[in-house]
Write a protein that binds this ligand. Structure first.
Ligand code: NAI
Ligand code: MG
Length: 498
């Protein structure tokens, strides 16, 4: 049952400092090498768990288990039975939702208000995938060959899937990969990020309890350069579903060439969020602010290039800065916290590096701009909401993905020029438009080269609506029927009937 009370969770049953093993073939196992790594709370530095550190040998074992399950018991599951497993898993995730969401908060820092707020999305995804399990089908297709010959298609699961996910929302990211695999009849090796592996392991445990056969879901924590790279290159893997940085995406594509496995990539962005003078400002101010500050800016589709029409630029930027300054930064376990820490010291260094760079490039920090180190903040990786004004298109803070709570505010005048400037990025994941003028909204929805356009809102997501990138934000789609196709092969069957 959901409870609204404050969370006394410095001790969490799954993050009690103990050793966590990896899940292979339905069994919990230490790494073949015996190695392990630590997972710590980024708000406090406190040790949450030591975790088995998988590498190539463990990936080999997991791929063998996934193949055996794919060819064996799992292939016998009827669509309705796969649906039942997904629904059972959804029920278990619902029952344990508070535990799972607080595990995300402990492991990667996001405020409990945010992780608890993913309830509808997380359960909605599992149940939507459950619905898909019984909806997959081929087609009969009339052909024009002479004589009597009949043709139809079959949809078949692509096989063994390597799922490599980042740390910025472990519960949702895990389900986004495991869900379609279960729905289509694939098997999966889930490689969580080294920064936040715990929720994926706990989800694996719940999947076993839901009746997922051994080997169908394997969870192998470990580092990207070892476990991740081994999974991407493995000849026994039929598809890699990856979410993370574009640089890692490129190395995954290269690694996939050995067996030409299928790849889908959901990468980063530098998304334009465009504010017209005619916008409803009371809606646009918090909207544009949280399009970046949510999850401390650690969201792939964050609207980090805030283009504001010149005549309202000063006022709007000022209001967004004031909004940012009013947000409560702190330990994610505090129910009042709105902005948690960054996930790791590496991420802190990366973001503070961009804060210095922005100032060197001549931008002006009108909110934030420095790491927070007062009192208990010193133990964590806290960066306050930051707004840079006077940003020019060519500055690196306007071109590169920072992945922190940093807005680059850029003025514009002319609509045609705006379109060209908004698209002048190597990325194309998200975008926002704030206006009361419906023709401007439609025009931009067509002109922006990005996988999602949000008008008078930002970051809306639904399991039925495809999400993904243009350009270097990757290829393939997650959610929607398009995602199901990523996990399916289509086979043509011809039968001569006379
Ligand atoms: P990353 O792309 O290196 O890590 C994401 C996942 O890929 C992790 O599970 C990691 O272990 C794995 N990985 C790393 N190297 C790999 C390799 N060679 N082969 C296979 N798997 C590999 O991202 P990282 O280092 O966590 O963050 C760096 C930057 O990337 C961030 O500051 C941000 O700009 C961007 N990023 C974007 C994300 C998004 O959602 N689009 C998510 C995470 C990071
Ligand atoms: Mg990395």
């Amino acid at each position: 049952m959901a409870t609204a009370q404050a969370i006394p969770l410095t001790r969490h049953a799954f993050a009690d400092g103990s050793f966590k093993q990896m899940l292979i073939d339905g069994k919990w196992a230490a790494a073949a090498s015996g190695k392990h790594f630590e997972s710590r709370n980024p708000a406090t530095g406190e040790l949450l768990a030591t975790v088995a550190e998988g590498d190539a040998e463990d990936i080999d074992r997991a791929v063998a288990a996934a193949r055996k399950a794919f060819n064996g018991p799992w292939s016998k599951f009827k669509p309705f039975e796969r649906q039942q497993v997904l629904l059972k898993l959804a029920d278990l995730v619902e029952r344990h939702f508070d535990e799972l969401s607080s595990l995300d908060t402990l492991d990667m820092g996001a405020p409990i208000s945010r992780t608890r707020g993913t309830r509808l999305r997380v359960l909605g995804m599992l149940r939507w995938y459950a619905g898909q399990a019984t909806s997959i089908h081929g087609e009969t297709i009339p052909n024009s060959l002479p004589g009597e010959i009949f043709s139809y298609t079959l949809k078949e699961p692509v096989g063994v899937v390597g799922a490599i996910i980042p740390w910025n929302g472990p519960l949702g990211a895990s389900i986004w990969k495991v869900g379609p695999a279960l729905a289509t009849g694939c098997t999966v090796i889930l490689k969580p990020a080294e920064e936040a592996p715990l929720t994926s392991l706990r989800l694996g445990e719940l999947a076993m309890a839901a009746g997922v056969p051994p080997g169908v879901i394997n969870v192998v924590p470990g580092y990207g350069e070892t476990a991740g790279a081994a999974l991407a290159a493995h000849p026994g893997v039929d598809k890699v579903a990856f979410t993370g940085s574009h640089l890692t995406g490129q190395s995954i594509v290269k690694a996939s060439a050995g067996n030409l496995k299928r790849v889908s990539l959901e990468l980063g962005g530098k998304s334009p969020d465009i504010v017209f003078a005619d916008a409803d400002m009371d809606m646009a101010v918090p909207g544009a602010a949280m399009a970046v500050f949510a999850n401390s800016g650690q969201i792939c589709s964050a609207g980090t290039r805030m283009f504001v029409e010149q005549k309202v630029y000063d006022e709007f930027t000022d209001r967004v800065a004031t909004f940012g300054k009013g947000l409560r930064v702190g330990n994610g376990l505090d129910p009042e916290t709105q902005i948690g820490p960054l996930v790791s010291v590496q991420q802190l260094e990366r973001v503070t590096g961009y804060l210095s760079l922005g100032k060197q490039e001549g931008a002006r920090a009108v909110a934030g701009g420095e790491r927070l180190t007062e009192g208990s903040m010193a133990k964590g990786y806290f960066v306050p909401p930051t707004v840079f004004a006077d940003v020019k298109d060519e500055m690196r803070i306007a071109q590169e993905e920072i992945f922190g709570p940093v807005i680059s505010a850029i003025p514009f005048n002319d609509m045609d020029e705006l379109v060209q400037r908004a698209n002048a990025t190597t990325f194309g994941l998200g975008s926002g438009v704030w206006t009361r003028d419906v023709s401007k909204a439609h025009r931009l929805a067509g002109a922006i080269r990005a996988g999602s356009v949000w008008v008078n809102c930002y970051q809306a997501m639904d399991p039925a609506v495809p999400f993904g990138g243009y350009k270097m934000s990757g290829y393939g789609r997650e959610s929607g029927l398009q995602q199901m196709e990523e996990y399916l092969n289509v086979k043509a069957v011809w039968i001569k009937t006379a």
